[in-house]
Design a protein around this ligand. Structure first.
Ligand SMILES: C[S@@+](CC[C@H](N)C(=O)[O-])C[C@H]1O[C@@H](n2cnc3c(N)ncnc32)[C@H](O)[C@@H]1O
Length: 272
């Protein structure tokens, strides 16, 4: 199969372009995998020089669209149903239930939802507690391809690779080819394409009680992750909480949110 090798100088400008557009940070240790993926895409769309491909992405009128398609190839969409379930349960108990008890409609944003397993998990937790109709649930990702799959409510068998809670049996059906979630849950989720990097382009969505931004900040450089977390904090209601993945921490690079441990789970709360 033909391929193109990526010179260090071209790696440097192409990886900077991808970081600028999507936040994804590829350092020298990822140069080989980055080079392979970019070369495959460049060849697919008819380029035989990676420098020419760079000029097209950066300066051609059609370059923006192609850059978005390249980014689709570079994102890591690893996710599954009921992943890191305990923090979701705690966030709903501590931040969503009190809002509903006050007679307010609660709001949750799942801000990098990949192929939809995470917001469907949230929808199931809410439905199991009879709360699905009391909550606005927004799910977004940068990847249109991932969102198309998410909206179908149909996943591969690996979507059930983790521990499966008893309540899942009411909404999830596994067959030899894959896993389906009841359409009522998919329909309760408002799906949107949102690039986390560009806070100025986010649609007006109002404030949220809970924002999930799990297992995505690890792909960004620290200053980018700090900026994204600060923009997400602005979309939190006072008293609301931001959740990152269990192996991630905002304290590493500083945040105006307060890290609190609630029922054994770490969350970042907006105090004022
Ligand atoms: C590893 S998945 C995490 C999915 C889910 N949150 C979870 O924890 O299972 C990371 C997701 O972040 C998305 N992503 C990467 N860069 C993004 C950006 N700049 N804006 C929005 N989403 C982005 C990817 O498309 C991918 O679907």
């Amino acid at each position: 199969m033909p391929t193109l090798s990526m010179a260090p100088q071209v790696f440097s400008i192409l990886s900077a372009l991808v970081a600028e557009r999507a936040g994804l940070h590829f350092d020298a240790t990822h140069a080989a995998i980055f080079g392979d993926k970019v070369a495959a895409r460049a060849l697919e769309v008819g380029f035989d020089s990676l420098l020419e491909y760079y000029y097209f992405l950066r300066y051609d009128a059609a370059g923006q669209t192609e850059l978005d398609l390249l980014i689709e190839q570079l994102v890591v969409g690893e996710t599954y149903l009921f992943r890191e379930l305990a923090p979701l349960e705690v966030a709903i108990t501590r931040f969503v239930l009190p809002a509903i008890d006050q007679g307010r409609r609660a709001r949750i944003w799942c801000a990098a939802c990949a192929t939809g397993e995470e917001p469907h998990t949230v929808a199931m937790i809410l439905a199991a507690r009879g709360l699905l109709n009391e909550v606005d649930l927004v799910a977004s990702d940068i990847s249109n391809a991932a969102l198309r799959r998410a909206r179908a409510g149909r996943f591969g068998r690996r979507a059930l690779r983790g521990e499966v809670p008893a309540f899942a049996a009411r909404w999830v059906r596994a067959d030899p080819e894959g896993v389906s979630v009841e359409g009522r849950l998919t329909d309760a989720i408002q799906w949107q394409r949102i690039n986390l990097i560009d806070g100025a382009s986010w649609p007006e969505m109002g404030l949220f009680d809970v924002i999930l931004c799990r297992n995505v900040l690890i792909y960004f450089a620290d200053d980018t992750a700090r900026r994204v977390a600060a923009n997400l904090a602005r979309r939190l209601r006072t008293g609301g909480a931001l959740l990152v993945g269990i192996s991630e921490s905002l304290l590493r690079f500083g945040t105006e949110l307060r890290c609190e441990e609630r029922d054994g789970v770490f969350l970042y709360e907006k105090l004022a």
